[in-house]
Design a protein around this ligand. Structure first.
Ligand SMILES: [Zn+2]
Length: 381
């Protein structure tokens, strides 16, 4: 027999947990998943999970995805791979159209080479009232001619656009993008309940970092959250770093939507994996203090949360620490985002899928990462 044989203590599959199973790998793909039955092979202890899929991430390890330097984007991509992200979108932030187009053109070849699974535009079609770390001066409505230019620059590689559907041209943009095969994420929006419902009816299928940069829930003014949490067509992103969301809110969201509709995302920026201190986010100054990223206000005080320094490895560990069973954490970190985004080669441990694996201990801590059949040097131990 050619290829690799991994003899695994415990494998998490879509059907359940298999004990003492053998994964056979050839040319970077899984070609067998069988009971061990005395088979030899490289022993792999702990829990073997599908490699993590991060569909909302802006960079890390000292590199930005919003860049015109492909080496910088690639470096950041490798940082996240070592931390468990075997499949990734590259998320851009609001920028002037010309600059955004150059960044998209930089990333397209990296998607074609397989470094990224797609491009995510977070902005510039966002609400100034919920701009978070996006420069409000750069926010504009999704006017059809500009959409055309961005889609043309993306050459079919723009997978998702986060937008605020209540903006002028917003609902038409949702419909148009959905028809073009681009997933629309509701986010950085000031929509009320009715406006949210209209966005979902027009075709939005993702909630960008649920709870963050949208109206909060109130029992007489529900805002967007109840509808997003309970709509079967919506996958909700959660940033589980212990900073963006209180653990009780994470627990409530997972209980309401279930692991088949929750995606763990990092929303990480350049400082993920680096020391605390001052950094740039797009054209804005931010300060990282104990891993929390905040805008620096003109008077020097701390402003709004501005992305995270999270990795997928840490997100999984965090939710397992809240009591989420490891198989459910694996669904939220891999199977659900892959399925909801139509990434059919990844997200599950099954014959015919990519040999992308994350090995974790009983606490969900990342031990090893296999990408396309090759072990990577991981950063966690
Ligand atoms: Zn983001």
């Amino acid at each position: 027999m050619t290829g690799q044989v991994l003899r695994c203590e415990r494998v998490v599959t879509a059907e359940g947990v298999r004990e003492d199973a053998v994964i056979t790998i050839e040319d970077g793909m899984i070609t067998g998943l069988d009971p061990a039955a005395g088979t030899a092979g490289e022993p792999v202890g702990g829990w073997v999970l599908p490699g993590y899929v991060d569909t909302h991430v802006h960079g890390g390890g000292g590199g930005d995805y919003p860049t015109t330097d492909p080496d910088e984007a690639f470096r950041a991509r490798e940082f996240h791979a070592r931390n468990g992200t075997t499949t990734s979108y590259a998320s851009l932030v609001s920028a002037e159209p010309e600059k955004l187009i150059k960044q998209i053109e930089t990333l397209v070849p990296l998607v074609e080479d397989g470094a990224f699974a797609g491009i995510h535009l977070e902005g510039p079609f966002l609400s100034a009232a919920k701009c978070g770390a996006h420069d409000p001066d750069l926010l504009i409505p999704p006017e059809p001619r500009l959409l055309d230019r961005l889609l043309d620059a993306g050459r079919g590689r723009i997978a998702m656009i986060t937008l605020a559907p209540e903006l002028e041209h917003g609902l038409a943009a949702v419909e148009r993008l959905t028809r073009a095969g681009v997933r629309v994420a509701f986010g950085h929006s000031d929509a009320d309940e009715a406006g949210t419902r209209a966005g979902i009816e027009a075709g939005a299928t993702v909630a960008t970092h649920l709870f963050n940069a949208m109206r909060p829930i109130h029992h007489r003014e529900p805002g967007p959250i109840p509808r997003l949490l309970t709509s079967e067509s919506i996958m909700v992103e959660l940033i589980c770093d212990g900073i963006h969301l209180h653990p009780e809110v994470i627990r409530m969201a997972i209980a309401a939507a279930g692991p088949d509709r929750v995606a763990l995302v990092t929303d990480a920026m350049i400082a993920a994996g680096l020391a605390d201190g001052p950094y740039r986010l797009g054209d804005l100054n931010v300060m990282v203090d104990q891993g929390a990223v905040r805008l620096v206000n003109p008077d020097g005080s701390a402003g709004s949360i501005a992305g995270s320094t999270l990795t997928m490895a840490e997100a999984v560990r965090f939710v397992v620490g809240l009591g989420v069973p490891i198989p459910d954490a694996a669904r939220m970190a891999a199977a659900t985002p892959a399925r909801r985004h139509g990434l059919t080669r990844v997200g599950e441990i099954a014959v015919g899928r990519a040999a992308d694996l994350c090995v974790v201990d009983d606490h969900g801590r990342l031990q090893r990462v296999l990408r396309a059949g090759s072990w990577l040097e991981t950063e966690q131990a």
